[in-house]
Design a binder for this molecule. Structure first.
Ligand code: SOE
Length: 372
């Protein structure tokens, strides 16, 4: 069987989810090539060595440039802080590597455009890791919406809530620093529900947004000092899609009790769909054509062999979780690399997402509606 050597930059939380996916994928999916966990890279030599051992990588590197320059590497998987995505992805594309990049694709629209231009010029396969697209229930929702089961779409309502920085003593990590993260909650988790909106309903036409920073200073780790939080803690967006549907998005890292709470609801002229990540194997469907005495939301357990990705795993009803979304992502990526095809969400999608993020930022600053 053909093999593909993977180089991965960044080995912390996202790097662990990706490592697990690269390791599992050919055991469950009949992919046309077997990924080899060739090199993992991180700046901390001891940390990356330990991670390589735990996660199953054969080689370690402390400079991403060395991984990009290694002719043995076929795929570059980027899991670093946002301010390095562009330089790594562009260098990787120039070196002929296929690129999988964590979201948000870039720090801003300009960087995302440069990244897209580089991968297109090099003719490599490019993909942004919006893993929630690859939940079978979300794939089913898209299929039903595209088939017209919901009729004309009126509303896309989504919230993505976490609570991990509510504590005023939480350290000023990179995700709270604008220079490294670009934005806060906005690019980190609002980007996911923007992506789901584009995937399920279509392109955004115009936006009105508000960004809020509740705690302006957080402690600098290892010191007694505090540093300024230069990103948003919460992002509220209303918007209109090109097809006339309305969007209402709420993203916050200040919602106590909400750990990784993602809810999506779509209402159309013929019915509605509801998805809740904490019950991610299920899609709730309201069909207005049901007899009046039976009307109500029905639960679809999205684990049948006919559902996306499901036949690769367990028998119906034996549920899957968060980590599987990354396995699905890399399974589709490998197919695309071997067939030389494109795979969504591409860097084009990443750029479009970045334009929506930028429109929200502009709207929040100018207190006006902004066209995307
Ligand atoms: C942190 O907020 C984070 O890890 C995000 O960066 C991921 O994209 C999300 O899936 C979980 O939360």
């Amino acid at each position: 069987m053909k093999t593909l050597n993977v180089g991965m930059i960044g080995y912390k939380f996202m790097g662990r989810t990706h490592s697990n996916a690269w390791r599992q994928v050919d055991k469950f999916f009949s992919v046309p090539a077997k990924p080899v966990l060739h090199t993992v890279c991180g700046r901390d030599a001891a940390g990356v060595k330990k991670a390589a051992k735990q996660l199953g990588w054969s080689h370690v590197a402390t400079r991403w440039q060395d991984v990009v320059a290694n002719p043995e590497i076929d795929i570059l998987d980027i899991n670093t802080a946002n301010d390095t995505h562009a330089q790594i992805a562009i260098a990787a594309a120039r070196a002929g590597k296929h690129v999988l990049c964590e979201k948000p694709l870039a720090m801003n629209v300009r960087e995302a455009e440069a990244m897209l231009a580089a991968v297109k010029k090099a003719g490599v396969v490019h993909m942004v890791c919006h893993n929630y697209r690859r939940i079978p229930a979300i794939v089913l929702a898209r299929k039903m919406i595209a088939a017209g089961d919901l009729g004309k779409i009126y509303h896309y309502r989504a919230r993505y809530l976490q609570d991990w920085i509510v504590d005023p003593e939480f350290p000023l990590v990179w995700r709270l620093q604008g220079k490294i993260a670009g934005s806060g909650t906005h690019g980190d988790i609002n980007a996911h529900i923007i992506d789901l909106g584009r995937y399920l309903v279509g392109e955004f036409a115009e936006i009105c947004g508000h960004l809020e920073t509740f705690i302006k200073e957080q402690p600098i780790a290892g010191t007694k000092k505090k540093g300024r939080v230069t990103v948003d803690d919460a992002a509220l967006t209303i918007g209109k899609f090109k097809n006339g549907a309305l969007a209402c998005l709420e993203a916050s890292r200040f919602a106590l009790g909400r750990k990784n709470h993602i809810q999506v609801e779509v209402n159309g002229s013929k019915g509605s769909l509801v998805f809740d990540f904490e019950d991610m194997n299920r899609l709730r469907y309201y069909n207005d054509a049901d007899p009046v005495d039976r009307k109500g939301y029905r639960d679809i357990l999205v684990t049948e062999g006919v559902h996306a990705y499901a036949s690769a795993w367990w028998p119906p009803g034996h549920i899957i979780g968060y980590e599987h979304t990354f396995v699905h992502t890399v399974a589709d990526f490998i197919q695309a690399v071997v067939k030389g095809k494109s795979v969504q969400p591409t860097f084009e999608d990443g750029l479009q997402n970045q334009k929506v993020l930028a429109a929200v930022e502009k709207s929040a600053k100018t207190r006006r509606w902004v066209k995307v």
